[in-house]
Design a protein around this ligand. Structure first.
Ligand code: HEC
Ligand code: HEC
Length: 198
């Protein structure tokens, strides 16, 4: 109880600070970024396997995904609620900030080298066109896949495949084509490939 009271006092205090009209400037992108850092890590490199790293993702990609969360086009546990709490300008500022941070691949992720090798081939054939440079690039406004947290990638892909989350038309086609050929084994190989990228 004591802790709860202390926390609400902090929240009220910070709410007051931000709402205070004497503070003429809008919060800077870095300041807004701190509100995301608890989950997405300092400078957007997440420490938790269920939470994706944002660093190095393209600005337009982040803006787009925040919109999908806000509208519910992309399934989420918490981002739907969070994405609704920011104005377009704030989201643009945050996206700019995170896009300029350096992406650090998730540390010490386990992978099977044989599966990763097969996954590399599948990636080249079905995914490389948009997720360029072996999935390390976000330049075509597709997310960074290589070095992203495995659990996050797994459930995000599952939500995309089951129709719970938005999938770009052409990606859907490729994903379907691949899945028809390889079944779930292909997905597992891809996931191992992305985990193998350091
Ligand atoms: C309480 C933890 C938490 C906070 C705070 C949080 N996020 Fe998230 N974020 C998540 C989780 C978990 C996901 C995966 C989707 C889901 O389940 O909601 C995610 C996913 C995302 C993604 C998708 C990344 C990708 O590769 O597609 C973006 C973009 C994002 N968050 C941006 C933000 C921004 C910007 C903020 C700060 C305004 C923020 N998040 C604050 C937990 C959080
Ligand atoms: C025609 C271009 C295209 C192709 C081909 C493509 N993707 Fe994508 N992908 C995108 C775009 C654009 C997004 C972001 C927009 C969205 O989420 O709807 C995305 C998002 C993703 C995400 C979510 C990333 C994140 O950080 O949350 C995953 C996972 C993904 N793609 C996996 C794949 C895999 C695996 C393949 C190959 C089987 C593939 N994609 C092929 C364009 C493509």
């Amino acid at each position: 109880m004591k802790r709860k009271l202390a926390l609400s006092a902090v929240l009220i205090a910070s709410g007051f600070a931000f709402g205070n009209s004497a503070m003429a400037e809008t919060p800077s992108a870095a300041m807004l970024g701190y509100t995301c850092a608890g989950c997405h890590g300092t400078n957007g490199n997440s420490n938790g396997p269920a939470m994706p790293s944002l660093a190095g993702a393209s600005k337009d990609y982040i803006i787009e995904v925040m919109e999908y969360y806000a509208t519910g086009e992309r399934a989420s546990t918490i981002m739907g609620r969070i994405a609704k709490g920011y104005t377009k300008d704030e989201v643009a500022a945050l996206a700019e900030f995170f896009s300029k941070q350096k992406f650090v691949p998730a540390k010490d992720q386990k992978f099977d080298a044989k599966l990763a090798k097969k996954g590399a081939k599948l990636h080249d054939k079905y995914c490389e066109k948009c997720h360029a440079e072996g999935g390390t690039s976000s330049e075509d406004d597709a997310g960074i896949l290589a070095g992203q947290w495995t659990p996050y990638l797994k459930y995000t892909l599952a939500d995309m495949m089951s129709g719970k989350s938005h999938v770009p038309k052409k990606m859907k086609k490729k994903l379907k084509k691949m899945h028809k050929k390889t079944g779930d084994a292909g997905i597992e190989q891809l996931i191992n490939f992305y985990a193998s990228k350091k």
